[in-house]
Design a protein around this ligand. Structure first.
Ligand code: ATP
Ligand code: ZN
Length: 298
């Protein structure tokens, strides 16, 4: 393997796979691969992608097999606590929070069971695949409970009599509902993150990490950003500037033949809603136009 190429681990097949590949594509990376292959070659960047189980991603960075990884905060934090519990140093750093993979690690009780805060957990059996995060949660609240560590199918544990309640990942809550469970507390709010090795990289690799980070920032900003164009009476400018959501300094352009009017162009780093456009119109704006932003580099 080429020592001068970055190695990035992503989930091979699961919820993070498509958004991870989409992010990399938006960053300009072209890879040649079949999905079943373990590794894909970056054609236009010195970066190769490894496809693995998400649970292995922190380890691959920890063991310096990969320089970078895209993984859920839930998996990362579980690993961090596990390493700490074993007295091992942590050899990965979170370098970016990403805008996908949103979910939460939550406690859920069988429907019809009462729950009145963390105290209700005392002495209960809680099934989970995240024993370290759960243990940490209980310890912070000074609660003794039995953690039943499972490798999957946590949501059926109460029905099988293996646990009184569960601690599992939730996004819409439909799986809980299908299993007659009720979400009662959040243990961790999660989303995907980019991690890197804390070890120094060769200058060329380091440079590409920086470029990748800048591009990721650009991609994430663009997803929310809009370009607004409008006409405004000069004397309405102060109010209109206040109404433009999340924009720094709009460009003000004179309008030929209309001395008391200007054109305003602004990048808004938030979504622009109909309500905003209506307020702008009320403030005197006309010819309003909202465009998506394709690329952005700060
Ligand atoms: P693997 O075979 O790689 O171990 P898995 O079954 O552990 O796969 P997935 O169910 O694909 O993993 O979930 C991967 C990650 O996606 C989770 O660890 C979490 O960070 C995130 N995730 C979990 N549930 C959701 C959800 N409903 N929506 C979005 N992201 C989620
Ligand atoms: Zn997994």
């Amino acid at each position: 393997m080429d020592e001068l190429r970055l190695k990035l681990a992503i989930q091979k097949s699961g919820r993070l796979t498509d958004p991870s590949l989409d992010l990399l594509a938006r960053c300009g990376l072209k890879i040649s691969r079949g999905k079943d292959q373990l590794m894909a070659y970056g054609e236009n960047m010195p970066l190769d992608v490894l496809f693995v189980r998400d649970d292995d991603i922190p380890d691959l960075v920890q063991e310096d097999v990969c320089d970078l990884g895209l993984v859920g905060l839930n998996v990362l934090e579980e690993k961090r606590l596990e390493l700490a519990a074993r007295g091992h140093p942590v050899r990965f750093q979170q370098v970016r929070k990403l805008d996908f993979g949103r979910c939460r690690l939550s406690l859920a009780v069988p429907q019809g069971t009462s729950f009145s805060g963390a105290e209700s957990l005392r002495g209960r059996r809680i099934a989970t695949t995240y024993p370290f995060l759960l243990e940490n949660y209980l310890r912070e609240r000074d609660i003794e409970a039995e953690i039943v560590t499972l490798s999957g199918a946590v949501e059926i544990a109460p029905r099988l009599g293996r646990a009184d309640l569960i601690c599992d990942l939730v996004s819409t809550g439909s799986t809980l509902q299908a299993n007659h469970l009720r979400e009662v507390e959040t243990v961790l709010e999660s989303h995907a993150v980019l991690i890197r090795t804390p070890l120094a990289l060769a200058p060329l690799k380091d440079e590409w990490v920086e470029r990748l980070l800048m591009r990721i920032d650009g991609v994430q900003q663009v997803r929310e950003s809009k370009y607004i164009m409008l006409h405004a009476p000069r004397d309405a400018l102060p109010q209109i500037r206040k109404l433009l959501p999340g924009s720094e300094s709009p460009t003000i352009i004179p309008l030929e033949g209309f001395p008391d009017k200007v054109a305003v162009h602004a990048v808004c780093r938030e979504n622009v809603f109909w309500e905003t456009l209506e307020s702008l119109k009320k403030a005197g704006a006309s010819a309003l136009l909202v465009l998506p932003v394709e690329k952005m580099l700060a």
